[in-house]
Design a protein around this ligand. Structure first.
Ligand code: S3P
Length: 435
């Protein structure tokens, strides 16, 4: 397993970053939604990382023709009808791929087996399987369909009215995809708007998805497709979750500044930057365009020692950034608290445990709760970090390495979302790889 040592830096940096990985959530959706058109979709700046290439390969297995025109540029021509695949559909490490395809394939004729790596096979799929089964989907798998390998026998689905107990864009997207093929209008509700790329992109492709006010609140109304959707013509913006590692770097290293270029400024994705601002960093959002999503630059500048904060609401809007935000908390003045974040336990690793145990190794006092943690800001010490095969843990502690030497074990996982992460980090610090 590959390891990396990141050495501390003793001066600031000024990094204009136009190589942040393209957005992972949007790239998955481009690969999957291109199957809903009857014409070729054009996708530029597609994320060429393991997770999203898994979604693209699955689209191929289902009959799409995928032509690579240049780095990140693809033309995806859908089949006239989703084909029954010859192979197991391998989602790799990607929960998004597995859950979204579960929704889509439940409603399409054929037999489909979805599986993934050892980490994904441990993650809960019942949150999608259960509501889909209630409308007639034929889904089975380990633990009665809660764990992959998952088997789906595509069938006719009933319309639904589903109030989700969790604010999850993956659950919402799976149900929207199923709703597009159901027998009548379906309704979906969540307590906090989770990332809404699915609604934005599908509406852009011509799907009828809209918010409606009912006596019991605001629901998303999904009208079944009457015809194939328009093809996509999209340039994927940079991923704010990937950019956030460098935002934290700029917030904790004296005299540092970073500009993250052409990133989605979707309000459901930039909450962590607002938290960094609340901790005292200088953060500016500069919107430049609005195509499917608001897009622009984010500038983060060191502005003195950070202050502790409490994070207990709008959790879905910063769930992916909490590991990196925890590095900022580890060097802030005072005790920071994260609550209501039990979803962290079922990510690529149990991120509550991975953050707490690794910070403790780096000399930081932490307390673990069932739904979060408390971190007392202090001085980071050299440490050997276990990534638990989780890309965001590996990258967060690599950023901590800018202040104290971090040796991070098992770093191949970074390739799932941000293959050029270390190449960018090397512009500001010394990085040494070991096999
Ligand atoms: C994602 C949704 C979130 C997020 C994940 C990507 C998506 O997961 O953590 O990295 O693209 O829909 P949940 O829907 O499980 O909250």
């Amino acid at each position: 397993m590959k390891k990396v040592k990141v050495y501390p830096i003793n001066k600031g940096f000024d990094l204009v970053c136009d190589e942040i990985a393209p957005d992972k959530s949007i790239s998955h959706r481009c690969a999957i939604f291109s199957l809903l058109s009857d014409k070729s979709s054009v996708v530029n700046n597609f994320l060429e990382a393991e997770d999203t290439l898994a979604s693209l390969n699955i689209a191929k297995e289902l009959g799409a023709k995928v032509e690579k025109k240049a780095k990140g540029s693809y033309v995806i021509t859908p089949p006239s009808k989703i084909q029954e695949p010859f192979n197991i559909l391998d989602c790799g490490n990607a929960g998004t791929a597995m859950r979204l395809y579960m929704g889509l394939l439940s409603a399409n004729e054929g037999s489909f087996v979805l599986s993934g790596d050892q980490y994904l096979r441990r993650r809960p799929m019942g949150r999608v399987a259960k509501p889909l089964r209630e409308i007639g989907a034929k889904i089975d798998g380990r633990e009665w369909g809660n764990k992959a390998p998952i088997h789906i026998r595509g069938s006719k689905l009933k319309a639904f009215k589903y109030h989700s107990p969790i604010d999850s864009a993956q659950v919402k997207s799976a149900l929207i995809l199923a709703g597009l093929f159901a027998e009548g209008k379906s309704y979906y509700k969540e307590n906090l708007l989770s990332r809404d790329h699915t609604e934005r992109i599908l509406k852009g492709m011509g799907a009828e998805i809209q918010e409606v006010v009912k006596e019991d609140g605001i629901w998303l109304e999904i009208t079944p497709l009457r015809k194939a959707l328009k093809p996509l013509n999209i340039r994927v913006p940079a991923d704010p979750s990937s950019g956030f590692f460098f935002a934290v770097a700029a917030a904790i290293v004296p005299d540092a500044r970073v500009i993250i270029k052409d990133v989605t400024l979707n309000p459901t994705r930039i909450e962590a930057y607002k938290k960094l601002q609340e901790m005292g960093a200088k953060v500016e959002f500069i919107q430049k365009e609005n195509i499917y999503e608001p897009i622009g630059d984010i500038e983060v500048t060191y502005n003195g020692k950070l202050k502790a904060i409490e994070v207990n609401k709008n959790i879905a809007w910063l769930i992916d950034e909490l590991p990196a935000l925890s590095i900022a908390m580890a060097v802030a003045e005072g005790e920071s608290v994260v609550k209501n974040a039990k979803e962290l336990r079922v990510k690529e690793s149990d991120r509550i445990n991975s953050v707490v145990t690794n910070l403790q190794k780096a000399g930081i006092w932490c307390e673990e709760f069932s739904d979060g943690y408390k971190i007392r800001g202090g001085i980071l010490k050299n440490a050997i970090i276990n990534s638990h095969g989780d890309h965001r843990i590996a990258m967060s502690f690599a950023i901590a390495g800018l202040l104290a030497q971090m040796e991070i074990e098992d770093i191949e996982c970074v390739n799932t979302s941000f293959p050029n992460f270390f190449a960018i980090l090397q512009k500001i610090s010394e990085v040494e790889f070991e096999n």
